[in-house]
Design a protein around this ligand. Sequence first.
Ligand SMILES: C[S@@+](CC[C@H](N)C(=O)[O-])C[C@H]1O[C@@H](n2cnc3c(N)ncnc32)[C@H](O)[C@@H]1O
Length: 252
Amino acid sequence: MLAATHMLVRALTSLRRNGVVGSLRWQLYRLSEAYNEHHLGVDTRRSAEFGPNAYRHLAEHTPYEPLPYGLIKRGLGSVCEKAHDHVFLDFGSGMGRVVLTAARHPFKRVIGVELMKPLCEIARENVARANHKLRSSVEIVNEDATRYEVPDDVTVIHLFNPFTGDIMTAVQRRIRESLERAPRHVRIIYAHPTDQRNLFEGVEWVKEKQRISTGVFFAMKLLVYEHTPSQGAASGTHRRVTPEAVFSAKLA
Ligand SMILES: C[S@@+](CC[C@H](N)C(=O)[O-])C[C@H]1O[C@@H](n2cnc3c(N)ncnc32)[C@H](O)[C@@H]1O
């Protein structure tokens, strides 16, 4: 009875806030989230334990928040057909939602780099649970992204707003160093809330290739950048980015 009342109140609040079409879309989003979690047999939902409080001493690090499955799939759309040609890396991999979704395609391998040890442990458990559904191997690395040397075979890099400011600048430098060691095509899939600056804008060694529609997630931007060896990683700039990020992806 209590649960039914709660659902009714939620539905009415959503109707008032989003209108009929908007509410239907949000319901679809919720269904899609539940379906994907159930299909993989994992739980990667946001939790208070890894909310802003857990990161209060860590300026420029973004708390754990999973990207909606629908957006992960849209981002992957540009690469998953030729997954077998690519090595995929997610910076700030959290509980593993992005790496799990990527690993449903036959990438050469999939890597997640995550700062928080407990999140890495959850991600590894999730990978073990979903293993029979995965088509590529997944490695979860517990490391600060600024200290992580990007492997020279990585060709697809995913970032869902993991950090800002000097941390992002340092990680962009890490990517560029790898491109200097091993010149190659690299694609960067970057999702960020619209109330935060695009931290790849002005980076000279990448070119914006695609803006992907985010549909109901109007408070999010999803962009695909590309680096080609002719862009010369060595000449790239790294503007210092002011940390004006507010962690409010406004997903609900
Ligand atoms: C917005 S969440 C994205 C989670 C995941 N990519 C997803 O979409 O499901 C950002 C993640 O970045 C991680 N993070 C923040 N700073 C980091 C750093 N310096 N190195 C590695 N991971 C970091 C956080 O712990 C958090 O899990």
